[in-house]
Design a protein around this ligand. Sequence first.
Ligand SMILES: Nc1ncnc2c1ncn2[C@@H]1O[C@H](COP(=O)(O)OP(=O)(O)OP(=O)(O)O)[C@@H](O)[C@H]1O
Ligand SMILES: [Mg+2]
Length: 231
Amino acid sequence: MKIPRRYGWTMDTLRPRNGEQERCVSLLRKIYDWERWARFERLKRLYDTDLSLGSFPADLGERDEFELYKAERERIFADHEAGPWSLSLLGSVGNGKTTMACALLNTYNSIHGKGARYAPLGELMDEYKARFDGEVLRGYMSCPLLVVDEISEADLTSYALSILRRIIDARYGEYRRTVFIANMTPAEFSAALGGDGGSAVSRLREGLTFAMTAPDMRGRLASEFSAGGSG
Ligand SMILES: Nc1ncnc2c1ncn2[C@@H]1O[C@H](COP(=O)(O)OP(=O)(O)OP(=O)(O)O)[C@@H](O)[C@H]1O
Ligand SMILES: [Mg+2]
């Protein structure tokens, strides 16, 4: 099986990386490559039905590779204590951030049962404001894996920022895995969260930050992908 060339990545190396972080980086690269492969080979439909990770058809030639991929993908959450507490997936529109986070989230749920949660920041805020209930926030603070998507500067009012800070604080304190997704550069993201020296940025630096550099893949055809890879 030939996995197509991946688009470039850069990594924010604000902090020396340890072995666990290296492992995490290589798994994320694999997820990325597999997402591309699944699309190219028109396996997307099959792949989607396999989000529970249980039912890949036995007669497919690539089954072994797929099993290998599944096993590796699962390893990222096999040891609950290992690895970084947070992943910040940053970058421009349509470059695969949400897809990556959902692959992690589905993997988590398939190993540990339900419990991982996903919410765009705007929806999280709407839910909180509608119920104005500490229970809502506690739910986001205490679930074992949380993906906060679409952290945009427009949505990040000072109120939303204060809520996000509380979530960061609570989750960091308990080392609960959290994925943050924003359509920003690392510098913009840091600034939006209160800048260097602030507690939120300092906590996120204990995690991993990825500046994803793939182009907008939304609505593209496979033929365009194969012509457009930049290594
Ligand atoms: N690794 C990948 N290879 C090929 N296509 C991908 C890959 N990851 C995602 N895609 C496709 O690219 C499109 C955009 O993906 P996704 O929604 O994950 O991007 P995003 O970075 O979250 O975008 P936005 O910033 O607008 O929220 C989708 O059609 C998705 O199916
Ligand atoms: Mg997205």
